[in-house]
Write a protein that binds this ligand. Structure first.
Ligand code: SF4
Ligand code: SF4
Length: 156
């Protein structure tokens, strides 16, 4: 996102009290921990549908802030960018990072203790080492045929 998430004046512990399709737009946006992991380019095995992440970041991702360079117009610039909604989460959760707040809640799991909604600090995701800060490569620096050299082996 191009600006820090506004987490002021949200319903207390809304993520524990209401289902995903009963959240306000601001509550939905506030769930994003700002890790930037979903903005890494992925490779999918055509036969097994297995998805692996690479260190190659989407062209709009800022590798230091881990935010989208043009969040509001991202679909026009990056057509393949997936816009998460309560209606799309069921289709995309299988490849979302294991720590993604949307995936966790959709799977009925709690948010981790480093999530900004728990800590009250947007930096806590980075301090916990759970974001992509500082270790991505911009996609325009690496030819697509070489992306498999940058596959991340660990679970994200
Ligand atoms: S993986 Fe989930 S929590 Fe992290 S930036 Fe993407 S949508 Fe937000
Ligand atoms: S366009 Fe989509 S995938 Fe690319 S940085 Fe922005 S939110 Fe992430």
């Amino acid at each position: 996102m191009s600006h820090p998430v506004d987490r002021t004046d949200l319903r207390p512990r809304f993520w524990m009290r209401f289902p995903l399709d009963r959240l306000s737009d601001r509550e939905w946006e506030a769930l994003c921990d700002g890790c930037g992991k979903c903005c890494l380019n992925k490779l999918e095995d055509e036969d097994t549908a297995e998805v692996v992440f690479t260190r190659i970041a989407c062209r709009l991702l800022d590798g230091e802030t881990c935010r989208c360079g043009n969040y509001h117009c991202r679909k026009a610039i990056v057509p393949e960018c997936v816009v998460l909604t309560p209606g799309t989460i069921a289709d995309v959760a299988y490849w979302m990072p294991a720590t993604c707040a949307y995936r966790l809640l959709w799977e009925g799991k709690p948010l981790p203790d480093w999530h900004p909604l728990i800590t009250g600090d947007a930096e806590s995701v980075h301090a916990a080492g759970m974001s992509v800060r500082g270790w991505t490569l911009p996609e325009f620096e690496v030819p697509i045929e070489d992306w498999e050299d940058y596959i991340i082996q660990e679970e994200l």
